[in-house]
Design a protein. Structure first.
Length: 139
């Protein structure tokens, strides 16, 4: 898999990937999520290609205190082949080079398979509750 920075030509393929992986929700417009990411640290929005076809994505960020990752996705036909691991390793390396001391990952509590994936990579559940407030509605 070749990993590179997202380009505008990838937009529809990325959105389709997110939909295929069950990552989109009615209250989050994926186009707006992409637009927002492209205004802040666009170099941390990565895609993975295999034989010229987009099969993976990762959207990361670093606020000077903690790193975060969203939209880590691997095409269901290519899961369990190490591509998610490869993409996470790249993100971790990039964030570490920026001085990031810790990477936080938000996983829906019902997504046991993904929680297990991160567990195999050395991530553990922190004793915190994620609390959010929508400031700008997408719908």
């Amino acid at each position: 898999m070749q990993i590179r920075e997202f380009s505008e030509a990838d937009r529809q393929a990325v959105i389709t990937l997110w939909q295929d992986c069950g990552l989109t929700r009615p209250w989050n417009d994926p186009n707006k999520d992409i637009d927002r990411k492209l205004t802040v640290q666009p170099e941390l929005f990565l895609v993975g290609e295999l034989e010229g076809r987009l099969i993976a994505s990762a959207m990361a960020g670093f606020d000077g205190h903690r790193g975060s990752i969203y939209y880590l996705a691997v095409d269901p036909r290519h899961q369990h082949k190490g591509y998610g691991l490869t993409l996470m390793a790249r993100v971790e390396k990039m964030l570490q080079a920026m001085g990031c001391p810790k990477l936080n990952v938000i996983v829906r509590s019902s997504n046991e398979e993904v929680s297990a994936f991160y567990g195999r990579l050395g991530y553990s559940t922190d004793d915190v509750v994620c609390i959010g407030k929508r400031l700008i509605p997408d719908v």
